[in-house]
Design a protein around this ligand. Sequence first.
Ligand SMILES: [Ca+2]
Ligand SMILES: [Ca+2]
Ligand SMILES: [Ca+2]
Length: 496
Amino acid sequence: MKRIGALFLFLLTLVGTAFCQSPPLVLYPTHSAQGTDGAVSFFIDVAQPESTVSIGSATLRYGNSISGPMGTTVPLSPILEMENTYWGSATLSSSVYYYHKVTTTSGHIATEAPKNTTDSWTPSFDVQVQTADDPSGDGVSGYPEKLDILEVWHTYSDEYLYATMKQATTDWEFSGGLFGPFYIWAVYVHNPASETECAYAFVYANVPGFLSTGISKITPPSTVENIGDIDAETSGQYLYMRGHWSDLTSDPDFGAWPNSFGYLDVGGYTVSATLSEQVTVDTTLPAKLYPRTHYLSIPFSNTAPTLAGGGFDVLPTKDEEEIPCRFYITYTDADNNFPTVRQLVIGENVYNLASTDHNFSDGAMFEREVPAPEETFEYFFRFCDGADTVETGHTLYVRQALLSMVNNMLLLLPNSPNPFNSKTKIRFIHNGNIPATGNIELYSASGKRIRTIHMDRITPGENSVIVEFNGLPTGIYLYRVNMGPYSKTGKLLFVK
Ligand SMILES: [Ca+2]
Ligand SMILES: [Ca+2]
Ligand SMILES: [Ca+2]
C-alpha cells in the first residue's frame, strides 16, 4: 500500500458529487409487439432523482451485429401523460441489438453500452459508447494541455471493462523530468452497491515508487493500492484501457456486481503531481454506465393482451358541476409488451391512460382522471400491444347516478330531539370513501360561528354527536358537518 497524501482525496469528493449532481436513471426497457407494418415501439423510464435535471435527449441505437456498428439512432420522446416514460418506434425487418442513451441539458450522460463480445483490442468506436463530452480548455490553467480531457468512452465484455479517453494533444509523456511533475490520466469506476467509501480507477501513470498504470483502489483518507493490471495503449489523442472485471469484483470493498441498480458511476480526471503539490487539472461530468445490450429477434410471436377490472371512482369534490372521476383498468400481456394504445373512450372523447407499473406480464393498472361528462355517457377501454387490439364492452353511465354517488358520500339525518331545550344529537351517514376526520361548526342564525366540535373517530355508517347548548339564547341555529372537501348544512331549533 502506498500513501500519497491528498492526491486522491478529490476523487472521493468527485464520487460524492456524483450522487448530488447526478445523471438520470435508465429504467424498465420494454417494447411492443411488432405491427403488420414491421413497426416496434420501444419504451424506457428516465427517472431523475434530482428533479432539477431536465432531459436533453433520449435515444435508442441499434444495429444487426452486437460487434457494431449500432449506427441507426431512434429519437425517444416523452409520453405526455406519463411522468418519466419515453418512447420511439422503428420499422425492423431483421433481428437487432440495441441500447439506450440519455443526455441531460447539463450534459450528464446515462447510457447502456454496446458489447465488445470478441474483446477486440484496441476496441473500435463502433463497440463503444461516449460517456463524457468534455469541453476543450477547461482544465486548471498553467498546466500542460495534454491534461485537458475531451472525451471518455466505454464498452464491456464478459471479461473486461473498457475505458477510452481522448485528450487535447498527442503527448502522453508521464513526466516533465526525473523529479516530476508527473502526469496522471485516469477513469474512475464506482459501484453504487458498495457499502464503503472506497473508489477505483483505471490509471495511466508512472510516479516512481508511488503509482503505476493499473487498477488503483483508493481507501479514505489517503491509501492507494494497485489491485490489478490493465492493458493500456495510446494512439494519437486516444488512451485505451481495459481491466478485468474479476479484479474489481473480487475486491471485498467493491460491492455486489451485478448490482440491483444496473449501473456504475464513471468519469475521467487528470492530475499533475509533484512532491509538494497534487492538482486535479481536469475532470468530466459523472456518468452512469449500464454495461448491458438488448437483443430483439425478428420476427417474434405475439400473445394478445387482456383487459380486466375496468371501472371508475368518483373523486372528492365540492363542485357538483364538475365531478372528477378516476377511470382505471388492468392490462395484462404475457409477452410484457408495453401497450402502444392505452385509451379510455367516452363518447367522442379519447383519453390516454397512464401507468407507473411497467411489468405487464402480471398485470399493470392504467388510470386517468377526467371530469364526468355533462350528459349520460357510454365508455369503454381500448388497448393495443403493437399487434393485437382489445376493447372492453361499452358501459352506460347516467349522470344523475353520479350526482347521487357524490351526494351520498355524506348524508345528514334529522337531529333529535328537534326542537330541544338543552342538548341535541347531530346525526349523519358516512359512506366510508371520504376522510374519516372532520368537524361540526355551529352558527347563529345571523351567520356568526359559535363553536367548532372536532371529530376524529368517524366510522362508516351512521354517526352521532351530542351538542350542549348551555348559555346560548333561544333561537334558530345552523350547523355544518365538514369532512375534507365534503360538507352538509342543517338547521336546529333551540327552545329554553
Ligand atoms: Ca476538458
Ligand atoms: Ca472538464
Ligand atoms: Ca403481446
